[in-house]
Ligand binder design. Structure first.
Ligand SMILES: Cc1cc2nc3c(=O)[nH]c(=O)nc-3n(C[C@H](O)[C@H](O)[C@H](O)COP(=O)(O)O)c2cc1C
Length: 167
């Protein structure tokens, strides 16, 4: 697939087959995520790969959707705001760097035939505690990874003319 085909193919998948994700695929996906750019190349992003069944089940307390905590793998993309670049007006780019890494990860997973879903609506203190994150490391987004059970139709997008301005 080329990049345009991958972008079109990606969906938020909310049902996963129980089968495992191949180690080589996971490695390639994480390498893609790790090669994402970051502001001033500060690389404040950190990934927690959760395969352990007990830990996944514990994550139910953070985000109570069965398709999430029973997926074969869950990845939590974290950032360290302290290490991230700050603009002169004080804006911290840690979350943006994490989002870029997550997008690389999700598009690479799509190329590998794997399903994902951006998850932000989790309880942050619960995730910090379950994953035993060091102080200063913030969980930004998570995704389950596995093979899709169902692939939904594409969701609505605004027509491109509505979201661009040509000057
Ligand atoms: C930053 C971000 C956070 C999201 N958080 C959640 C979430 O917590 N739970 C969920 O089910 N979907 C979540 N989504 C998925 C969106 O609902 C989904 O991307 C959107 O409805 C468009 O559908 P599509 O991804 O299938 O194209 C999130 C997406 C983004 C980009």
């Amino acid at each position: 697939m080329n990049i345009y085909e991958i972008v079109k193919k990606r969906r938020s998948i909310r049902s996963y087959k129980p089968g495992p994700v191949e180690k080589e695929k996971l490695t390639r996906i994480l390498e893609a995520a790790g090669s994402a750019p970051s502001a001033a190349n500060r690389q404040p992003v950190y990934f927690v790969i959760i395969k352990d069944e007990k830990t996944k089940l514990q994550l139910k307390k953070a985000y109570d959707e069965k398709w999430f905590y029973t997926a074969p793998v869950i990845i939590c993309v974290c950032s360290t705001p302290e290490k991230a670049w700050k603009r002169s007006d004080g804006k911290n780019y840690a979350d943006i760097d994490a989002a870029i890494a997550m997008d690389h990860l999700i598009l690479a997973a799509t190329e590998e035939g794997l399903a994902t879903c951006w998850i932000a609506a989790f309880k942050v203190p619960v995730v910090k505690s379950i994953l035993n994150l060091h102080p200063g490391i913030e969980p930004v987004v998570m995704t389950p990874i596995g093979y899709p059970m169902d692939i939904p139709e594409p969701t609505y997008r605004k027509p491109i003319d509505e979201i661009i301005k040509i000057i």
